[in-house]
Design a protein around this ligand. Structure first.
Ligand SMILES: [Fe+2]
Ligand SMILES: [Fe+2]
Length: 473
């Protein structure tokens, strides 16, 4: 399936054969560009940046690299190839052909799923808009902008579905996606995490690792959908999403590497000395992990959810990597641990379908562990005795059965007082944040990096790490 780059909106959905849809999207496009200029990256909008743009959805050609000014990025509509024989892979409709029109009874649910996913995409761009002023290197600055333009394209992906399949209310929802803004008092973004500003690069890497990874799991679940255009859109988005997680994973790894280097230079494990030397002590990195991991866990929703059960039953949203499961009907049971209301823990068995959110969250936690292992290898190789650890999924939750139940990072229930007393050593304090903020000074010379992070191991697209990825001059 070829991509048409001659049109105003690049696409591989034969947009020109549907004039009404094409006009509607061409009408939305200038509003998107206005939003991008107003609430997208605060700096370097007019500079050349080494970005990749999708030019075909197959393995070879989906990433074409070149110097681009962000507002001129070719945001387009790209769906993975259609499989004519695809059938619904799970739930009560399993084995039936997938839908290419929206079944009336699932219309409002699908719209809600698409709007909620769509809302996170521009939200993250808004959250990150100030980061360009304090990039630790041109390489990192470029990666930030790559993530930002692709989140912009993910918004396009969802807006296309709304316009193409949901008629007037879809068009209204598409408008709404540009009207809500991250952190806006009157019209905030839908999900809480996406209303927190991200003003320092340690938070950015944590966000890209933990929060974008939630995105990966949501996209994987929607890529299983019986509504085929949604599934195909999400499949292609996942290709781009992989880079976002790489930015988080390698970013945290580089911060850890630099810290270990400084500890070895100083021959000291004293956090105060590490900080005085311009690096971020491991304990602070652990606190940022605790914060962003626990906040991402909330995005999966309540452990027991009848909504999640009906999404699964109806074939709207599957489990990530559904094909890896033996049983796609999920008629069994699932046992989970919940607070017993008096400071202890009890187990409860629920129907598997009602536990879909928890099953997804558990898969996400396992995926998160991989990066932590890599970062711990760096620490171990550096000869430092310290282990980064994901906190328990019970820790610091605001959604689900553990919401507002105080526990320590290992998940043991504790009193409110004990939590209040421990909080400053578990999650970033205003002092920690001020310290991290104090390090955020832009480094804009090709090949140079800030004091608190190690240089990247390699550049982008086989270019050297000291390539001028953003022409800042
Ligand atoms: Fe995205
Ligand atoms: Fe992303």
């Amino acid at each position: 399936m070829s991509m048409n780059y001659d049109e105003k909106i690049p696409n591989n959905v034969d947009l020109s054969t549907n004039k009404t849809l094409q006009r509607a999207l061409e009408h939305w496009q200038p509003r998107f560009i206005d939003w991008w200029k107003e609430l997208g990256p605060a700096v370097y909008q007019g500079n050349d940046i080494y970005l990749r743009t999708a030019t075909s959805v197959d393995r070879e050609g989906w990433a074409t690299f070149g110097m681009v000014k962000m507002p001129e990025y070719r945001w387009g509509i790209f769906l993975a190839e259609q499989d004519q024989n695809r059938t619904i892979g799970f739930g009560d409709n399993m084995g039936q052909p997938v839908w290419n029109v929206i079944p009336g009874e699932h219309r409002s649910t699908l719209r809600r799923l698409i709007v909620t996913q769509g809302d996170t995409e521009p939200a993250s761009v808004e959250q990150q808009r100030a980061l360009g002023t304090s990039a630790p290197s041109l390489y990192d600055l470029r990666n930030l902008f790559q993530v930002n333009v692709e989140e912009g394209r993910h918004l396009w992906a969802m807006v296309y579905l709304l316009h193409a399949y949901f008629g007037r209310d879809g068009r209204e929802e598409a408008e709404g996606l540009l009207e809500r803004h991250s952190g806006d008092a009157d019209k905030p973004r839908i999900l809480t995490t996406f209303n927190e500003p991200i003003n320092d690069w340690l938070s950015f890497y944590m966000f890209a690792y933990f929060t974008d990874r939630d995105g990966k799991f949501q996209l994987k679940a929607l890529a299983e959908s019986g509504f085929d255009p949604l599934a195909r859109t999400c499949q292609f988005m996942l290709t781009e999403e992989a880079h976002h997680m790489f930015v988080g994973d390698s970013g945290i790894g580089r911060v850890v590497r630099r810290t270990v280097e400084v500890m070895n230079e100083l021959r000291s494990e004293d956090p105060a000395k590490v900080r005085a030397a311009g690096a971020i002590d491991l304990h602070t990195i652990q606190k940022y992990m605790n914060f962003w991991f626990s906040s991402a866990l909330d995005l999966f929703g309540s452990e027991v959810s009848s909504n999640a059960a009906s999404y699964f039953a109806n074939g709207l949203k599957g489990r990530p990597d559904e094909s890896l499961y033996d049983d796609h009907v999920a008629g069994g049971e699932y046992t989970l641990e919940q607070p017993d209301g008096s400071g202890g823990v009890r187990t409860e068995t629920v129907s598997m379908r009602n536990a879909m959110n928890e099953i997804m969250r558990a898969a996400y936690v396992r995926d998160c562990e991989n990066g932590v292992k890599r970062w711990n290898k760096i620490i171990e190789k550096g000869g430092v005795k310290f282990e980064l650890r994901l906190p328990s999924p019970r820790f610091r939750r605001t959604v689900g059965m553990w919401a507002n139940v105080p526990t320590d990072p290992a998940g043991a229930p504790i009193t409110q007082e004990a939590f209040a007393a421990g909080a400053s050593s578990w999650i970033p304090t205003p002092e920690d944040q001020a310290f991290v903020a104090s390090l955020m000074k832009p480094v804009l010379e090709p090949g140079k990096v800030a004091s608190w992070i190690a240089p990247p191991e390699r550049g982008i697209n086989n270019l050297p790490a000291d390539y001028e990825y953003v022409r800042v001059a």
